[in-house]
Design a protein around this ligand. Structure first.
Ligand code: SF4
Length: 497
């Protein structure tokens, strides 16, 4: 087993926006005729949007396993030198979202250890709700941990089981794992793709043109590798990638209906993503259309004085980038012309250079510039995908007013987020969520909008063209898994320990 040293010299002073944050993206590849490390690198590149704080990959050649991981973007972590030792035909990779500092490095994935059955590496997207109990159980058996991550708990559970085959050990562990997990596991001669029985986080399978298979959080990463997408890993399945044919085992029974995270469609995923036949771009466009219908019919929360679209606004603008399709949809239904109002610097949130105090005070103005000519003397309808803590919407409204907007109306393509996520999405705790503490009217006043509209849960489901199959707990408080709110840790707490 070889380990490449990692660097903790970089600290992200990121100017984060007010969105839920995905914990990560995962990829696994068996490529008998390719340089698997390079393929994994480009797959991770396509999953960069799912986590920008750390990246890593582990590669096996049938005997030896090598790993490299570090804090930073994929292109920063994987220099040409770092790739030299990553040889083989089996690989897993990971991009991670987390908070700042050394905990990022300690929790970077994959986790790799030597076991009695040979080397083992694991990378995880999600959050185990019962991680604390499982960790305590292992610690009681004398197992030590080097991180606060539930991924290390999962790795140790697999390593400690000396019975049977890897498939049997994975199946045994899945019976104890409660929560969200889309996992890729690497042994010296196989890649396993594993998905929790609720199907919270995505995982899809593709066929490589040169032979072999790949799995990834999003079909966009598979497309980048030239894969033909075959299907999703189904809830409760273990899929083995080690020869030309896939081996599929239904390790635990799927929970019906499934509970895929609806925020994958609203915000996280790239718009070219398609899961279960539903394309993300199309969903976002329909979210905007549904929102426009609800506004027109006065169905939105707390507002009752709209008299038709022509009296509402002169221009519809998105908060780039994820709200662009929704703004187009809103414009189609309302007839209000679409235009760009903000230009986003896509890189400023990823800087490793700390801003000066005077620059930091500029807040969202460091990230967004306004096209004044498109805004001046206009009544603006600003479309955004979510409000979490409420610390960005107000400054964006102010930017538009400073640019000469006569009125600023804000329309959000999801319902108010009033409950935290325990399934691996960083939204903070109850008290961090502005919709937990304030009514819609109070939020409207807080962000200084002329009107504030949220899409209803029903409108959101109409946009998805489904009546069930999605987790909506952060809107409704109805968790698909029973959670002890006084005891359980959110993903956010987990990564800041
Ligand atoms: S609570 Fe919200 S963010 Fe978390 S899995 Fe459910 S829908 Fe996704």
């Amino acid at each position: 087993m070889r380990t490449t040293p990692v660097s903790d010299s970089q600290i992200n002073f990121g100017l984060e926006d007010d969105h839920p944050h995905e914990e990560c993206g995962v990829i696994g590849i068996f490529a008998p005729n390719e340089d698997v490390a390079r393929m994994t690198f480009f797959g991770l590149y396509a999953l960069q949007h799912r986590g920008q704080e750390a990246a890593g990959m582990a590669v096996a050649d049938g005997q030896i396993m090598s790993i490299h991981k570090g804090v930073g973007l994929v292109s920063q972590v994987f220099t040409p030198n770092a790739m030299v030792d990553l040889k083989g035909h089996y690989a897993i990779g990971h991009t991670r979202y987390s908070t700042t500092g050394s905990s990022s490095l300690r929790n970077a994935q994959p986790f790799m250890i030597e076991t009695i059955h040979g080397p083992l590496a694991l990378a995880h997207n999600g959050n185990l709700i019962n991680s604390a109990e499982l960790r305590n159980e292992l610690m009681g058996q004398g197992v030590g941990f080097s991180s606060s991550s539930d991924t290390e708990v999962m790795t140790m559970m697999l390593a400690r089981n000396s019975e049977g085959t890897w498939e049997e050990r994975i199946k045994h562990a899945m019976k104890k794992w409660i929560g969200a997990y889309s996992v890729v596991i690497l042994t010296r001669d196989c890649v396993y793709a594993v998905r929790d029985p609720w199907g919270f986080r995505p995982l899809c399978i593709g066929l490589l043109p040169s032979g072999g298979h790949a799995v990834a959080s999003e079909t966009g990463a598979l497309q980048t590798l030239g894969c033909e997408t075959i299907r999703d890993v189904k809830p409760g399945e273990v899929v083995s990638l080690s020869n030309s044919a896939l081996k599929v085992m239904q390790a635990v029974a799927p929970v019906e209906p499934s509970s895929m995270c609806v925020f994958e469609h609203i915000y996280f995923a790239r718009p070219d993503q398609t899961w279960d036949g539903i394309n993300v771009h199309h969903v976002r466009q329909r979210l905007g259309e549904e929102l426009a219908w609800e506004v027109a019919n006065g169905l939105f929360h707390g507002i009752t004085d709209v008299n038709g679209f022509e009296r509402m606004a002169d221009v519809v603008i998105p908060v780039p980038d994820s709200s662009v399709p929704a703004a187009i949809g809103f414009s189609h239904v309302s007839g209000i012309p679409y235009n760009d109002g903000f230009i986003k610097n896509r890189y400023v949130g990823r800087t490793f250079i700390e801003p000066t105090d005077s620059l930091r005070k500029r807040g969202v103005a460091l990230k967004f510039n306004v096209i004044n000519e498109n805004i001046r003397d206009k009544r603006v309808m600003m479309i955004d995908d979510s409000i979490v803590r409420g610390n960005t919407t107000g400054p964006l409204v102010k930017l538009l007013r400073n640019a000469g907007a006569k009125e600023v109306h804000v329309a959000i393509t999801c319902p108010p987020i009033a409950h935290p996520c325990f399934m691996g999405v960083d939204m903070g705790k109850h008290d961090d969520l502005i919709a937990h503490k304030r009514s819609v009217d109070e939020i409207r006043d807080y962000v200084d909008a002329d009107n504030l509209y949220y899409l209803s849960v029903e409108g959101m489901m109409r946009a998805l063209k489904r009546t069930d199959g999605f987790c909506q707990a952060c809107f409704t408080g109805q968790y698909p898994i029973s959670v002890d709110l006084s005891n359980v840790k959110t993903g956010f707490e987990r990564v800041t320990k």
